[in-house]
Design a protein around this ligand. Structure first.
Ligand code: FAD
Length: 399
């Protein structure tokens, strides 16, 4: 693993830094992104920011130029992500499209599908969501019951999806549904692109621990999906969904960026609060620094595999497991640094960070659930990385 950057990568870094100095909507290195009480305002702001970033070619740098990318490698993408983190740029509002739907379409879509959807993903002109989970199909995703029945020229979808992040803002969704009721569980699934504005799509917001309704229940009632919106062949949905999941768990520049930002803010907050004078907090702050650095190194290890043309594979689960637990420790420490201010909420006076740490602590309780729970990641690591005996199926366990 060679971690030195090339002169070309350093040139890219300085180009982006220069662009950010000129275009960040706040003073580079000093200000922070604005905070919004209303999610819709935050999404509108995020859309404007991503459109500007994409117009300058800083979104999806690994994508082919034909679809709005720069055709660069994963190492260059990392350089870009690091610089965005340094500038405290906000997360991409179109991240489900950029990080999940887009790469799945690039790997499995037809040329027509790529030309239709990819450019608008980068520019945030169209936002995407992921219609995978159902009330009885989360960890056991292949158990999805949403049906897709053959109709002239396409399919008709019927079912209920749940925990769909950003569905209320999405124009399109990637969706896993059962197209063959007689085929074995993993073989009867197909992968669809659903128009979120189509008749029969109903989005019902669900309020989370943070008080926001970022995710939703989505009811699909007689929703027509034309044949040219099937990704891969009918019946090939489980394989295509695997491609989406590997992007969710593999290399994770996004969480690295977020946690580098969190760490920097935490250390600044700790210095301001005099937390380094407290031996116990000082040790934990040093530990947090080491852990974020280890997360960076784990990312780089996966990155060096990608650079050599290899897939991150089941080791992606090690990374997901590590960051989700690291994140919870870091947020718990942040609240301890806040001390008596920890139970305060947004508008309270004497609340350093104005509630952002409290919100973040609540949000990251979900880190060990989304993109596959930690129990599932442990199963993957045990069985597919360490080669331990396979977990008994529910039917075997009962007998
Ligand atoms: C913030 C957030 C955003 C999300 N966004 C989306 C989204 O946009 N689109 C989408 O499709 N989904 C989304 N999800 C859903 C997420 O993928 C599921 O919550 C997750 O896969 C777990 O499924 P479940 O909630 O049905 O839990 P279950 O699968 O019912 O699991 C319940 C518990 O049982 C444990 N368990 C289950 N099976 C096993 C096993 N074999 N061995 C050991 N333990 C087991 C689990 O670890 C868990 O603790 C989101 C979830 C969250 C929290």
């Amino acid at each position: 693993m060679d971690l030195t950057t090339t002169p070309e990568q350093e040139h890219l870094r300085s180009q982006l830094r220069e662009w950010l100095r000129a275009h960040l909507p706040w003073e580079y290195g000093v200000g922070l992104p604005p905070r919004f009480d209303d999610l819709a305002d935050e999404v509108a702001f995020g859309r404007r920011w991503q459109t500007e970033l994409a117009a300058a070619g800083w979104v999806g740098v690994t994508w082919p130029p034909a679809y709005g990318g720069r055709g660069l490698g994963p190492a260059e993408n990392f350089v870009v992500q690091e610089e965005l983190a340094r500038a405290r740029a906000p997360e991409l509002v179109g991240r489900i499209g950029v990080n999940l739907a887009g790469p799945t379409l690039l790997a499995n879509g037809t040329d027509a599908q790529k030309s239709r959807w990819l450019p608008a993903i980068l520019s945030a002109e169209e936002l995407w969501c992921q219609l995978f989970s159902e009330p009885d199909a989360g960890s056991d995703l292949a158990a999805v019951r949403t049906t897709a029945r053959r109709r002239a020229g396409g399919w008709e979808l019927e079912g209920t999806k749940v925990w769909t992040s950003y569905a209320q803002f999405a124009d399109w969704a990637v969706c896993l549904a059962r197209s063959d009721l007689d085929a074995p569980k993993h073989k009867g699934l197909s992968y669809f692109v659903v128009d979120m504005h189509a008749p029969g799509v109903e989005v019902r917001p669900l309020v989370q621990l943070t008080g926001e309704a970022e995710f939703n229940e989505v009811v699909l009632h007689e929703v027509f999906v034309p044949d040219d919106q099937v990704v891969g062949s009918p019946g090939d949905g489980w394989r295509v969904a695997g491609s989406t999941l590997s992007h969710e768990r593999g290399v994770n520049p996004r969480q690295l960026v977020i946690h580098l930002q969190h760490l920097e803010e935490l250390l600044a907050q700790a210095a301001a609060a005099g937390a380094f004078d407290d031996t116990r907090l000082r040790r934990r702050l040093a530990q947090a620094y080491v852990e974020v650095r280890l997360f960076q190194l784990l990312n780089w290890r996966s990155l060096s595999k990608l650079q050599r043309g290899l897939e991150p594979g089941p080791e992606g689960s090690v990374l997901k497991l590590y960051w989700s637990e690291m994140s919870k420790r870091l947020h718990a420490l942040a609240l301890d640094v806040l001390g008596p201010a920890a139970p305060l909420w947004r508008d309270a006076s004497g609340n350093p960070g104005e509630g952002s740490w409290q919100r973040s602590w609540l949000y990251y309780q979900a880190a060990s659930i989304f993109a596959g729970t930690n129990e599932i990641q442990r199963n993957v690591v045990g069985e597919r990385v360490l080669g331990l005996p396979r977990e008994p199926l529910a039917t075997e366990a009962r007998s």
